[in-house]
Design a protein around this ligand. Structure first.
Ligand code: MLT
Ligand code: MN
Length: 300
């Protein structure tokens, strides 16, 4: 299995368009220790010819342009992208679908709930239904991406997309087909893609055990880092994300889970692990984590 990291930042990217905070200023100035990152997406292929894009980020056009494996090859209209798989309904997961209009055939795999969200929004009809196959996948039921490459969704703790929140109360953390993780299997190789996750329940811990590679939600370092930095009023928990540090954090949770390789993705622009000279980056790396960067490649 071949894997290319198209983007490793959370919604908004790094730098985020309206952020004048220290990290974003460094990224904008081209500081090599504060590398820019586009919004989270990963491309997966069995043979390096046909590719499946996990989450259609708002940066998908740039990500395709920056990735030779995804360029058209044959004839006047072509794409190596055979399918797109969605793990949620947030803007940073679905907005790139609009880039994929042009009546180019591919298959769109998502849960029932996320297809409902797309169906309810007529702008996504730019993906003409007679050309783009919308495939509804049940949680836990394997589906074939292509011969030899099998996928499966599983529920993880999360919340409704920001634009579907209603009322003034924080939305509850739910475990259903709104926010899902994705498992992809080829032979005896197994990868997990979990860009959003609010907690680490036992069944998720069990699923992670023995995996060859996991790409995991690293939105924030500290649950209150955006509040503390004066960047906004929301904690990580309020946004439906675990944080990396602390006793309930992702780094601690993974200490007892045997995984071959673990990669942090979906990093918010406030997260100090984005900065190669930060003590938080050193701490995450010492705990065995790879900090995701656009263009990274992995082979299983
Ligand atoms: C998230 O992951 O929390 C969302 O992408 C936030 C957003 O929609 O901006
Ligand atoms: Mn997001």
């Amino acid at each position: 299995m071949k894997i290319i990291m198209l983007g490793a930042a959370a919604g908004g990217g790094f730098p985020q368009w309206n952020s004048n905070a220290g990290g974003c200023r460094r990224a904008r100035s081209g500081d090599p220790l504060a590398k820019s990152r586009t919004q989270t997406s990963v491309a997966v292929s069995r043979d390096g010819e046909r590719w499946f894009v996990l989450n259609a980020s708002p940066d998908l056009r740039q990500q395709i342009n920056d990735t030779q494996a995804l360029h058209p090859r044959d004839g006047l209209r072509h794409t190596p992208i055979a399918g797109v798989v969605l793990t949620g309904g947030d803007v940073d997961v679905v907005a790139g679908l609009l880039t994929l209009r042009e009546r180019q055939p591919f298959t769109l795999h998502a849960s029932h709930r996320i297809h409902d969200v797309l169906d309810a929004n007529p702008i996504f009809e730019v993906l003409a239904r007679e050309v783009v196959t919308r495939s509804v996948e049940q949680l836990g039921v394997p589906f074939t991406l292509e011969l030899g490459l099998t996928a499966r969704f599983f529920a993880v703790p999360g919340k409704v997309p920001l634009y579907l929140e209603s009322g003034s109360e924080p939305p509850p953390i739910i475990i259903d087909d709104t926010t899902v993780g994705l498992e992809i299997v080829e032979g005896d190789k197994r990868m997990l893609f979990i860009p959003g996750c609010a907690a680490m329940p036992e069944d998720l811990r069990a699923r992670l055990a023995g995996v060859d590679i996991v790409f995991f939600d690293g939105t924030l370092w500290r649950d209150d880092e955006m509040v503390a930095a004066g960047l906004g009023g929301k904690t990580g928990q309020r946004m439906g994300h675990m944080s990396l540090s602390g006793p309930q954090g992702t780094i601690e949770a993974f200490r007892t889970v045997p995984v071959r390789r673990k990669v942090i993705i979906h990093m918010n622009n406030s997260n100090p692990v984005l900065l190669a000279d930060s003590p938080e980056r050193a701490e995450a790396e010492a705990a065995g984590w790879t900090i995701g960067e656009d263009g990274m490649e992995f082979t299983l």
